[in-house]
Design a protein around this ligand. Sequence first.
Ligand SMILES: NC(=O)c1ccc[n+]([C@@H]2O[C@H](COP(=O)([O-])OP(=O)(O)OC[C@H]3O[C@@H](n4cnc5c(N)ncnc54)[C@H](OP(=O)(O)O)[C@@H]3O)[C@@H](O)[C@H]2O)c1
Length: 256
Amino acid sequence: MKVLLIGATGNVGIRLVPALLTHNHSVVAFVRSAKKLKDLLPADIYKRIVVVEGSATDSKSIRNVILNAQCDAVVNTAGVAALPPWGKSELPAIFKAVLEGVRSASEERKTALRVWFLAGQGVLVYPGTETMLSSYMPIYLEHRQNFRLLQALPADALHWSVLCPNMMTPATKPQDFTVPTKSPEAKLTASATTPPNWRDSWIRYIPFIGKSIVCAMNAQRYATTLEQAADFIAEDLVRRDSQWVGKAVGIIDANR
Ligand SMILES: NC(=O)c1ccc[n+]([C@@H]2O[C@H](COP(=O)([O-])OP(=O)(O)OC[C@H]3O[C@@H](n4cnc5c(N)ncnc54)[C@H](OP(=O)(O)O)[C@@H]3O)[C@@H](O)[C@H]2O)c1
């Protein structure tokens, strides 16, 4: 696929460049600074991608890049959610603009584009309930409002998925990237709507605080590498009929 990668200079975005190339996609990177991207990536990888400068809050630019470059898919990793419940970031504005740009391009093309978004694990629901984990661990709440925008879309407007990782750490520095990627880590196990392999406990029945404690007990187990997440998205984009369309997707290292 020809993939528009928005936010290619970020932690996840930069790892998606070699991951997408490894899975034989073409990459159009949408960044605020081409120089920053060039300085981060090995020269042989930078040479293999098209780079467009712009702001992810500008829906018209996003629409135009998709149409002009004839992209079939979009991955949005731009912006980062504010940590405290009362915090504010540019992420909601970015998310709205990307959604608007992608929808407008889909309408123009008369075909629903395939899109991956990033959120946090808090968007998934506590197994056996319909309550988001972020109700029990109220952090990174901006992801919830973004997810609501996706849920409100008419069916078939977009073929969207949203990856909902917990903490992700780097395994490799950008200057050491290769194509194909060297991935010594395990693949991920994924599930829709709830976190995969959740460990529940009687503690959940303690009034008021029980489920929050179980969330905290589970949190560490869902740490993955940024490379694993990038590979998961890049591999999924190879499939014509992804099982993750229209879903919030939880992930865990397959060894856990
Ligand atoms: N990292 C984690 O452990 C983790 C865990 C769970 C969920 N997430 C979610 O995953 C997403 C990506 O996280 P991350 O760690 O990769 O974030 P990051 O490293 O902070 O990267 C954010 C990216 O967004 C770009 N950006 C910000 N404003 C922009 C704008 N107006 N126009 C264009 N680009 C813009 C930045 O570009 P510049 O380089 O120009 O600043 C950067 O490339 C976030 O939504 C985050 O909440 C991350």
